[in-house]
Design a binder for this molecule. Structure first.
Ligand SMILES: [Fe+2]
Length: 292
């Protein structure tokens, strides 16, 4: 598939969702017009992937800044560069961390379907993610398309969701995985609500906004809320609405959190896995979608 002659690169479908981009080198200076085409492709497709482009951390952060201000976030290590989270199962001495390691507990909730920084009033817009060390097995990342799922809602379900909000609660997400939240610097993670139906601020397309970090739905009992949540998550994460990526060193993924869920597959502790993650701050709180 080719996105058209207006793009200074080629795109190839990854499957049900997402595209791979060829012919654009992220290590070189990117013109404003090429960047605009890249950004438009991310907003159109939700997920773009590049291969064989190992980026220096400063290059990755600079690329993120083209999309918007970078979220400052320190996970676990207070001395870390706050513009980039190093998601690694290798400690400072080069040892592979085990499940009981504090940092591994901190990042374990990434194995639930989520969008980045939904604990914020204004969650992340884009994520720029690079693979530095790929495990031989395991450690895949999956994405799921929230707008295509919205398009599949039946009319009755859609109208019941209008005006409703989900409660995003990271402390509850940690508890659900057997951990008490702690040691995450810079998180203000009191539970907060986001609309279940959202309008994309750039494309205007409607989408669902659900997550495994969302244990409740406002106005519903715990049982009703869980039933709705799991029904919606099943719809979003259906096989024909997801893409699963097995990482190779030098892969770069850029996705739009305003229209995509993602999750990490579990770490296989036999292998090192090192990923660098830059989050772009959103510019507005999620916009509630209502029918005209
Ligand atoms: Fe994430």
């Amino acid at each position: 598939m080719n996105a058209g002659s207006e793009h200074p690169f080629r795109t190839r479908s990854l499957g049900p969702i997402g595209v791979e981009i060829e012919g654009l080198d992220l290590r070189q200076a990117i013109s404003d017009s090429a960047f605009a085409a890249l950004r438009a492709t991310v907003v159109e497709e939700g997920l773009v992937l590049f291969r064989d482009q190992s980026l220096e951390p400063e290059t990755q952060i600079a690329l993120g800044k083209r999309f918007g201000p970078i979220e400052q976030l320190v996970v676990g290590d207070e001395d870390a560069e706050p513009s980039m989270v190093k998601i690694s199962n290798v400690d400072a001495e080069g040892r592979v961390r085990q499940d009981e390691d504090h940092f591994m507990k901190l990042i374990a909730i990434n194995e639930g379907w989520h969008t980045d920084s939904s604990f914020r009033e204004i969650p992340s817009s884009f994520s720029v993610f690079t693979c530095v060390v790929a495990p031989e097995e395991g450690g895949d990342t999956m994405w799921a398309h929230l707008q295509r799922a919205f398009d599949r809602l039946d009319d009755g379900t859609r109208s019941r969701l209008v005006g409703r909000a989900g409660v995003h609660d990271y402390a509850a997400a940690y508890r659900a995985r057997g951990n008490e939240r702690g040691g995450i610097v810079g998180f203000d993670s009191d539970p907060l609500s986001h609309p279940l139906l959202r309008e994309h601020p750039e494309s205007g397309r409607p989408g669902l906004y659900v997550s495994e970090h969302m244990p409740e739905i406002e106005g519903l009992s715990a049982e009703e809320g869980e039933a709705v949540r799991s029904k919606l998550l099943d719809l979003v994460t259906a096989d024909d609405n997801t893409y699963r990526h097995h990482w190779a060193e030098g892969d770069v993924a850029i996705w739009d959190n305003r229209m995509m869920l993602h999750r990490a597959q579990g770490f296989d502790q036999r292998y090192a896995r090192v990923m660098h993650h830059v989050r772009v701050a959103g510019s507005e709180a999620p916009i509630s979608w209502t029918p005209n």
